[in-house]
Design a protein around this ligand. Structure first.
Ligand SMILES: Nc1ncnc2c1ncn2[C@@H]1O[C@H](COP(=O)(O)OP(=O)(O)OP(=O)(O)O)[C@@H](O)[C@H]1O
Ligand SMILES: [Mg+2]
Length: 310
């Protein structure tokens, strides 16, 4: 399960912490010097506005990108909004004032093209999925083709009701919903009493409710570190998710050898190498889809309806 998860879709009911979780996962990846693009599918309340209310977003709309005659890495990068001081994280979402009728409708193939290009543009793609994925092509395609889906389950009746309605829509094999990584979200003391876990069919992770997070959210400071005592367990869970699912083998430390201390000392003296920040990133590789190529390519795999996950 932990092999090669480069694209993670964060999904759950309304107000289940999708945006918050997507951002905190991206920040944790950034602390490992990984470039991350957060793809924010919500057009009912465009998320970049809520995270970076003073950032200029004019001309940086995901909706506009999806309705171009053709999309390229350059067009994607032009619309990425750097996350304030963090050079490794960028947001790609709808701009202020956009709504469902601002741009022309697009087909599933267009969403697939975008996700495929994104894979070649940053180290990791975290998708902040729209809960109403049945009316958002991009979210539906993200649920189908991402390497993994983090399903956020809030321990309340609204969340149970949401999944009872939404999961039948994902029953086709191509969605692989049985392999979603179930995560309890915003867990308040006494809420995770086992009953909800049973109702959700178990949970691999648990993200506690942290009052400081709410404060960060309302003051648009979600990119700051969480320092309060209740945040310790939250930070640890975010780290676990990133280490186990996304970084995988990379974070498994090599066995210590007798000379490792000396080697470390030597390394400390060396000047640290500076990696290029995302705001100036060049695409990981220049990707030119070849429509004539048959078999083997990501495009063919996706268009064949098999999805990115095997
Ligand atoms: N772990 C947490 N502890 C406390 N508050 C949280 C936590 N996670 C999210 N919140 C708060 O819950 C609210 C909803 O969070 P968020 O916007 O991330 O959810 P969402 O699923 O993206 O919502 P939407 O469906 O509207 O897009 C926000 O006020 C946020 O601050
Ligand atoms: Mg959201």
């Amino acid at each position: 399960m932990s092999d090669n998860i480069q694209m993670l879709t964060v999904w759950g009911g309304p107000c289940s912490s999708k945006t918050t979780t997507a951002l905190k996962l991206a920040l944790e990846l950034a602390s490992h010097k990984k470039n991350v693009i957060i793809l924010m599918c919500d057009f009912t309340a465009p998320a970049p506005q809520t995270l970076l209310p003073s950032a200029p977003t004019k001309g940086k709309s995901l909706g506009e990108l999806l309705s171009l005659p053709s999309i390229s890495q350059e067009e994607i990068l032009r619309r990425c909004i750097p996350l304030g001081k963090n050079d490794y994280v960028s947001l790609l979402g709808y701009q202020k004032g956009d709504n469902a009728f601002t741009y022309a409708q697009y087909a599933k193939e267009r969403a697939i093209d975008l996700l495929t290009l994104l894979r070649h543009t940053a180290d990791y793609i975290i998708i902040d999925c729209d809960s109403a994925f049945s009316s958002d092509v991009l979210s539906a395609v993200a649920l189908e083709t991402a390497d993994a889906v983090l399903r956020l389950c809030v321990c309340d009746l609204k969340s149970l009701s949401y999944f009872a309605s939404a999961l039948p829509l994902l029953s086709a094999n191509r969605f692989a919903s049985a392999r979603h990584i179930k995560t309890l979200a915003m867990v308040k003391p006494g809420q995770d009493n086992g009953e909800y876990q049973n109702a959700f069919g178990g949970a691999a992770y648990s993200l506690p409710f942290v009052p400081e997070l709410e404060e960060q959210f309302y003051s648009a400071r979600l990119m700051d570190e969480l320092c309060s005592k209740p945040a310790i367990a939250y930070n640890a869970a975010i780290r676990d998710i990133v280490n186990n699912l996304l970084l995988g083998a990379e974070v498994i430390a090599p066995p210590k050898k007798a000379w490792s201390f000396l080697a470390k000392k030597k390394l400390e003296k060396e000047k640290p190498t500076q990696e290029p920040p995302l705001r100036s990133i060049r695409p990981l590789m220049t990707f030119k889809p070849n429509p004539e190529k048959k078999g083997g390519g990501i495009f063919d795999k996706l268009r064949g309806g098999k999805g990115g996950r095997s």
